[in-house]
Design a protein around this ligand. Sequence first.
Ligand code: HEC
Length: 127
Amino acid sequence: MKKTLLFLSAITLFLAACGGSSTEQTSSSSSTASTPTESKAPMEPGELLIVKSDCVGCHHTENKLIGPSYKDIAAKYPATEANISLLAGKMIKGGKGVWGPVPMTPHSKITEDDAKLMTKYILSLKK
Ligand code: HEC
């Protein structure tokens, strides 16, 4: 895993370094879009779970929607075991009263392990 990541970021750096001189590399760079440094990193398990769940309907990484943004959540809670358990529990059972009058719906089908993976991902988004 780590090695693959290193390898990928080495390639990204390499592409970024040579990026100035037009595109001899067929089309591979076109999907990488504007920010070559981080945008194409493979998704973490927690992020994948979030993307596949209904969280996106109420949460956005940067902006407040119905629920707080993940970055605001990360800024509020340090990534301690206690906070991870607390927030994972709220994802499963629902939560209210912390960010405003709107409650978060319960997600009783999510397992505790998955909820913790999602929480770890969210809390890793600290600015
Ligand atoms: C129906 C809209 C809705 C959905 C769907 C939803 N949330 Fe929320 N979420 C909220 C709201 C509203 C709050 C703020 C609740 C409060 O003020 O305590 C919140 C709060 C949170 C918090 C912070 C809880 C706290 O006590 O600080 C986390 C973490 C969170 N959501 C994660 C998720 C994840 C992960 C999912 C998907 C499994 C999800 N939410 C799905 C609306 C939603």
